[in-house]
Design a protein around this ligand. Structure first.
Ligand SMILES: *Cc1c(COP(=O)(O)O)cnc(C)c1O
Length: 483
């Protein structure tokens, strides 16, 4: 299986290992598989009899053909072990007539773990496969969740080191403690006096700094990023849609061939794009509902055909969806428009902040996708009503999807993708339930448990007493020095 860029017609073809090592294509585009492998009834039926780990190894083997069966099996076993996930990696909860696919049982209690637990292992293997003599050194600027998920994923991975920068006053106390207590011999965490933009600009400046590159090279390393546009992060996300379909067939909730609609709380468009690829493979999925929060640029795009980032940015209770440029949408454009027009759109977005698709293209997109947005009030109201009605506690991101799924109201069964543990956003969830919110985040965790009696994930329950390893705070101009 070869990979090509979304921006060049008849461009270079690359192996999976190459694109996982590189991330972005040379022309600035994203890598996409040259053709999509197919899944038929016989295969899905066989997958029904397998564990999540076995399903992951099989599905990844269709895309990562330069990795051996044993390598993928090993990587999947280490990434999705019951020890790490406290049971099955992606269980389904029944909530009323819908199914909630819980993708937050991993070590950081958010769905980024599903990709970031396995991607670092794929990167590590890619170094050998591409005859790379240098080791990878990952730099991350984070506003919270991605930093911790990346640290957990890359921790103690062979031939990879990771350093994370976070804004000292831009993350919650829980997020700070999660990162500062990270274990592992190849990790480092540094706080920045500044905001997220300062951290992000600092990292970008280091990536572009030739001196820094040479310094690193002289020590046998090269800079790399844990970016969500890397194919190595996308491929593992295809697995849980197929796995969820298998689980529902196995449990007799649907028959093979029944269409299953999916609602995904969407930010960078990675998660929902994985559902689209699963559907393209032949998995019987119906509508893919793209749920947006108050930053409703994607829902708008699907409904109007206009992608316009020249709009106000809102900080919401679902921060991981607060985004105005959804990078992975470029991959959908490629499927619908081809490389030439995709490059056009991306140039327009860069230059004018806006592009528009014609009716023909939008008709194709709307066959698969619906776009529905959810206000802040509706998000909070959904947390409250779902808990009151079904005793099921959603986090603020999942609530956006639950609200959109309800508004969509189609005739197929609905799979709502649940992307974070409610405890990860305990203060906002408490507030939505109408409770007073304690000033201390850890007190908020305890109170959310006292009020709901829903289990606290082990990694968050143990956090208050975790040993702090990293206490360094520097000015943005000192970031390079710390490396
Ligand atoms: C990252 C994230 C999302 C958005 O996922 P995309 O793949 O960026 O669309 C939704 N919910 C949570 C909790 C997240 O961390």
């Amino acid at each position: 299986m070869n990979y090509i860029s979304t921006r060049t017609v008849d461009g270079e073809k690359r192996s999976a290992a190459y694109v996982i090592k590189k991330g972005l294509a040379e022309d600035g585009g994203l890598y996409i598989p040259e053709n999509i492998p197919t899944l038929d009834e016989v295969t899905v039926t066989a997958l029904c009899g397998m564990s999540y780990t076995e399903r992951a190894a099989y599905i990844l083997s269709l895309f990562l053909t330069d990795y051996s069966e044993a390598e993928l099996k090993d990587a999947a076993e280490q990434a999705y072990s019951a020890e790490k996930f406290g049971g099955p990696a992606a269980p389904i909860a029944r909530v009323g007539d819908s199914y909630f696919l819980e993708l937050w049982h991993g070590p950081t209690s958010a769905f980024k773990d599903m990709a970031l637990q396995i991607m670092p292992r794929l990167l590590s293997l890619s170094l050998g496969k591409t005859n790379e003599t240098k080791d990878a050194f990952i730099l991350v600027a984070t506003s919270g969740d991605t930093g911790k998920a990346a640290l957990e994923g890359y921790c103690d991975i062979d031939r990879v080191g990771i350093q994370v920068f976070y804004p000292v006053n831009g993350v919650s106390n829980i997020q700070k403690k999660q990162m500062a207590s990270q274990k592992g011999k190849n990790v480092k965490v540094v706080a920045i006096n500044g905001n997220f933009d300062d951290a992000q600009s600092g990292v970008k400046a280091i990536f572009a700094n030739e001196e820094a590159k040479k310094m690193l090279e002289s020590r046998g390393k090269f800079f790399s990023s844990a970016n969500s546009i890397n194919w190595g992060r996308l491929a593992p996300q295809i697995v849980y849609y197929i796995s969820a379909y298998c689980d529902l067939v196995k449990e007799g909730e649907i028959k093979y061939g029944d269409l299953l609609d999916v609602t995904v709380p969407t930010g960078n468009f990675g998660n929902i794009l994985a559902a689209y690829i699963a559907k393209k493979m032949g998995l019987p999925l119906g509508k893919l509902v793209c749920a947006s929060n108050k930053n409703d640029i994607l829902a708008d795009f699907i409904n109007t055909g206009v992608y316009d980032k020249r709009r106000e940015f809102f900080t919401t209770v679902s921060p991981s969806m607060d985004i105005l440029i959804s990078s992975n949408l470029e991959r959908l454009l490629w499927f619908v428009l081809g490389a030439e027009k995709t490059r056009d759109c991306m140039e327009k977005l860069n230059r004018d902040g806006i592009y528009k698709l014609d009716d023909e293209a939008m008709e194709i997109i709307r066959k698969d996708f619906a776009g529905i947005s959810c206000s802040e009030e509706e998000t909070k109201e959904t947390i409250k009503s779902v808990f009151a009605e079904f005793g099921y506690l959603c986090d603020t991101h999942t609530a956006v999807a639950a609200n959109a799924a309800k508004k969509y109201d189609g005739k197929n069964k609905m799979l709502v993708v649940s992307t974070a543990s409610p405890y990860k956003f305990a203060p906002a969830v408490l507030s939505a339930l109408g409770e007073e919110v304690p000033a201390d985040d850890f007190d908020a965790l305890d109170k959310l448990f006292a009020v709901t009696k829903c289990a606290i994930p082990k990694n968050l329950a143990n956090l208050r007493d975790a040993e702090v390893r990293f206490t360094e705070t520097v000015d943005p101009c000192q970031m390079l020095e710390t490396i």
